[in-house]
Design a protein around this ligand. Structure first.
Ligand code: SF4
Length: 389
């Protein structure tokens, strides 16, 4: 066996460790000198055990932690001892790959040029493909000359996911640096752009805001006075309720929707804490079964009314990410799952990141965008070529 420097080294024990992050399964393999391989399986099946290796979670605890942070969008580089096996040429390619900055892409020919071997594009492609420690040595940051994904040992879906993860993390970092805590919800109650006095008022607001501006919602909420309670809405005749919420538009339909929401709430004895005991997935399914609650309303209620992590996809999200060049799927859930896979899986991130989107859509990325001093300008397709987006 040879070390990275090419010297003969004695055979020693091989260690391994398997674990899962999100819906990915990992197998880290290493020896006394560092990590030699990383296998990633994106199916439900865990990676197969490495024959002849000693299971050693302690030895890989730091690497696992760093990978968890990376996949949570909270780490942009790794600090680990690596010992990938390969020819001197492959080793030189992997070194260049390791220097490609987080969130950026290079073509095979650019990597070859960096190596001082501009004609070695094919050989670079082969060395890229043979990278034994993907993600940590970021071969996914190398694409075809026109930005096409070409190939990836772990599959193109995984490569696209890693590219999305890094770009989306960088976008939210830039937005966070620009807006700071303005966009953060404080549960005393609700973010500054969605004030409410209680979780129930937040849920009512989520229905009333459908197809209208927040100004009109505020007018409707004001007309409740101190009657904005689930018992009042349950017992109030439908035509009276419709008249109260008239400023929010579509008031007859919205009155029926509020009645349906309150009937669901009554099943929990109007107790928000009892609702919160249920899982996010179960609650989402229940909310979607209520008349007038679509996916955007359901996710808004989950995050801002019930304190459950769920990514809200609204017109602002779609507009900004389309202009940034993400080609969001038309299907709501496909887009939501894509975003959820790229942001930390906790409530404070979900509400904060949506808050950042709202702030940005109001401050810069309006229908007629102000790209000149936008903090995302350098990574925005629309700002470079508006006709193509
Ligand atoms: S550069 Fe322009 S289009 Fe792009 S995100 Fe900023 S405001 Fe929107």
């Amino acid at each position: 066996m040879r070390s990275r420097s090419g010297n003969e080294i004695p055979e020693g024990p091989i260690y391994s460790h398997r674990f899962r992050i999100r819906n990915l399964s990992f197998l880290l393999i290493g020896d006394e000198w560092g990590i030699t391989r990383l296998k990633i399986n994106s199916g439900r099946q865990p990676c197969a055990e490495e024959e002849g290796s000693l299971s050693s979670p302690e030895r890989f605890s730091n690497a696992e932690q760093q990978l968890r942070e990376y996949f949570g969008g909270q780490r942009s580089c790794f600090d680990l001892k690596l010992n990938p096996r390969g020819t001197p040429f492959q080793q030189s390619v992997w070194k260049v790959l390791s220097r490609i900055p987080y969130g950026e892409l290079r073509s095979y020919s650019e990597v070859a040029a960096t190596l001082g071997k501009p004609a070695a594009t094919r050989a670079v492609g082969m060395a890229n493909h043979r990278n034994p420690i993907p993600v940590i040595i970021p071969c996914h940051r190398v694409v075809g000359i026109r930005g096409d994904l070409t190939g990836y040992a772990g599959g193109l879906e995984l490569k696209q996911y890693l590219i999305d993860l890094e770009r989306i993390s960088r976008i939210f970092s830039a937005l966070s640096a620009h807006y700071g805590d303005i966009a953060r919800a404080d549960y005393g109650y609700g973010p500054s752009w969605w004030p409410a006095k209680s979780p129930f008022e937040m849920m009512v607001g989520a229905i009333l805001t459908q197809n209208t501006s927040w100004k009109n919602v505020e007018k409707a909420l004001d007309r409740f006075g101190d009657r904005l309670t689930p018992v009042f809405i349950r017992d109030c005749p439908g035509d009276v309720l419709a008249d109260i919420i008239r400023p929010s538009g579509f008031f007859k339909q919205k009155a029926l929707k509020l009645k349906a929401l309150v009937a669901w709430f009554a099943g929990y004895g109007f107790d928000v804490d009892r609702i919160r005991e249920r899982s996010t997935a179960a609650l989402r399914a229940e909310l979607l079964a209520i008349n007038g609650v679509g996916p955007e309303t359901a996710d808004s209620i989950l995050v801002y009314g019930l304190g459950k992590p769920s990514f809200v996809i609204d017109a602002y999200t779609r507009r900004i990410f389309s202009r940034l060049g993400f080609q969001p799927p038309d299907d709501y859930d496909a887009f939501r799952e894509r975003m959820e896979g790229c942001v930390p899986d906790d409530l404070s991130s979900h509400d904060y990141y949506h808050g950042l989107i709202v702030e940005h859509a109001k401050a810069f990325c309006r229908k007629n965008p102000s790209c000149g001093i936008c903090p995302l300008k350098s990574s925005c397709c629309y700002a470079q070529e508006p006709d193509l987006v």
